[in-house]
Design a protein around this ligand. Structure first.
Ligand code: XMP
Length: 514
């Protein structure tokens, strides 16, 4: 597919993915590359524009991230943001030094609205600043196009060479008109036409998959989560009957989830997926018997999952292609893309290592951010309640039960979790929090029920708000809801005599409770 592309050259900025998402929101495809990417590679990509990210360093120091000056001679428009703007000035003969006044936060910026970058932007506009260094002298050929009270060169440009730079961060939502500025950059400066649209992406992907697969056989592990569901439906539209989807019920799903997934994707549902459900509950429980360590549980569940899947694959016979639900942030975070590599130890049931006898992997969502996967899902006609599901970890309830996992404990946590989710949704809080669930603590304590002494388990309720799932706040759920859920859980769920609410954020806790 030859689509117009803008690239983000990452100098270690924390907002690299945010920049790419904002550009894509303008209907322009955008990818992130490390500043270590060679200029030959960039020429090969032939981008319509390049954006230099921010970064934590000082560009005038010897080992700070930098780039060859040749990039400014390619005739490709470039926008430098924060560190990127300083680096551009530094490389082209301007001066960058420690600022007399450090700017941090929302700052009023006065812009020259005749600049292409600031077309239709208010003359005085609030922008997000975060910098210790500043540009004391712009490079030859540049003119200043915005300033603040403390920053004489808040934006600058050389319209001859199509080079633009902003000291502030247009990608951050605190920059009120940032999206307009980025849109101006990609449309007014780079001359993009805006061909990145989900309906055409879905259609093009289907065509490309069809061509690639020919009359081969395709296998997909379906978990019922957003990514694998979207991938499976896309594959089914592309190759119909040649696709087989295997859904492993490991007995660690939420209440009724196995049946719900089967109802949508199974033979009675609207899709033609050659759906195979494997009820492997007992296998998993027996492997998990006596195991208390959370990492060990994760490993066992992951390995057993692969074993079950492999057995099913063998029954199908020769498989040519295996589908994986990899999405763009996984690609960036695995270090292939940007600079800020995040170490991930998550076991994702949707993704499997190389073990089955197959020719190739198909990753139809590899280019998409999560919200784009959801849009693609809607385009494919997948029901909204599935497309907007909250995240659920691959190892499932196995990591929401502290200590040993048993069938009895799974049922306790399933029942309590179902009550919590039902009441949260009824009260409309499902739209206000990003993830919420119940976990079973391994703590038993004395209680009294009727006239009888009990010695039972405590359930922990968790609800968090987060934008990126890297950090999170415990949500302030009204006591009224917590009270109602507490009384329902202790009354309706056997062997639970206490309910606790987890008030901890991430850090220091994690979102999951394992
Ligand atoms: P933590 O607990 O690390 O979780 O704060 C962050 C987000 O990741 C989800 N999570 C997982 N997702 N496989 C997944 O697919 C996993 O093994 C896994 N572990 C955690 C978690 O639910 C939260 O949304």
């Amino acid at each position: 597919m030859d689509r117009e592309t803008v690239i983000v050259l990452d100098f270690g900025g924390q907002y690299n993915q945010l920049i790419a998402r904002r550009v894509r929101e303008c209907n322009v495809y955008c990818e992130i590359y490390s500043y270590r990417t060679s200029i030959e590679k960039i020429k090969e990509i032939h981008p319509k524009g390049i954006i230099f990210t921010g970064g934590p360093n000082s560009c005038y120091e010897a080992d700070s991230p930098t780039y060859t000056k040749e990039i400014f001679q390619l005739g490709i428009p470039i926008l430098g943001i924060c560190y990127g703007s300083q680096l551009m000035m530094h490389l082209l003969g301007g001066t960058v030094e420690t600022a007399p006044v450090r700017e941090y936060g929302k700052i009023e910026v006065t812009v020259d609205t005749t600049s292409k970058l600031f077309q239709d932007v208010s003359e005085k506009t609030i922008c997000w600043m975060s910098h210790n260094d500043y540009i004391s002298k712009v490079a030859p050929g540049f003119r200043i196009s915005a300033h603040t009270a403390d920053c004489p060169a808040a934006a600058m440009e050389d319209t001859e060479r199509n080079l633009y730079a902003t000291q502030f961060h247009p990608e951050v939502l605190h920059t009120k008109e940032g999206k307009k500025m980025l849109s101006n950059f990609v449309y007014q400066v780079c001359g993009c036409s805006g061909d990145w649209k989900m309906d055409s992406f879905v259609e093009e992907s289907i065509q490309a998959i069809r061509k690639k697969v020919g009359d081969g056989k395709v296998l997909c592990a379906l978990s019922g989560g957003v990514d694998s569901s979207v991938a499976a439906v896309m594959l089914s539209k592309a190759v119909g009957n040649q696709l087989t989807c295997v859904f492993v019920d490991h007995g660690l799903l939420r209440k009724n989830e196995g049946d719900e997934v089967e109802a949508v994707f199974g033979p009675e549902g609207p899709y033609d997926l050659n759906f195979i459900r494997v009820n492997a509950q007992e296998r998993f429980y027996s492997k998990l018997k006596g195991v208390e360590d959370p990492e060990k549980k994760r490993k066992i569940i992951g390995e057993e999952f692969i074993r079950v899947f492999e057995e099913e694959a063998k029954k199908i016979g020769q498989v040519d292609f295996l589908v994986q639900g990899t999405i763009y942030p996984d690609v960036v975070e695995s270090g292939v893309g940007g600079e800020s590599t995040v170490i991930k130890s998550h076991h994702n049931v949707g993704g499997l290592p190389d073990y089955v006898d197959f020719k190739e992997i198909i990753e139809p969502l590899r280019d998409l951010f999560k919200d784009e996967v959801r849009q693609a899902g809607l385009e494919l006609g997948i029901p909204e309640y599935l497309v907007f599901r909250q995240p659920f970890p691959g190892p499932g309830l196995g990591i929401r039960i502290i200590g040993e996992v048993t069938a009895e404990k799974v049922q306790m946590v399933q029942d309590a979790d179902a009550i919590w989710r039902e009441e949260i949704a009824k009260a409309g809080w499902d739209k206000k929090v990003n993830q919420y669930f119940a976990a079973l603590t391994n703590m038993r304590s004395v209680g009294v029920m009727g006239d009888e002494r009990t010695y039972d388990y405590a359930i922990a309720l968790r609800a968090v708000t987060t934008t990126d799932f890297m950090t999170a706040e415990s949500a302030e759920i009204p006591w009224e809801i917590i009270g109602k859920v507490t009384s329902r859980i202790v009354n309706e769920v056997k062997h639970i005599n206490r309910v606790m609410y987890d008030c901890t954020g991430k850090p220091p806790a994690t979102i999951e409770f394992e």
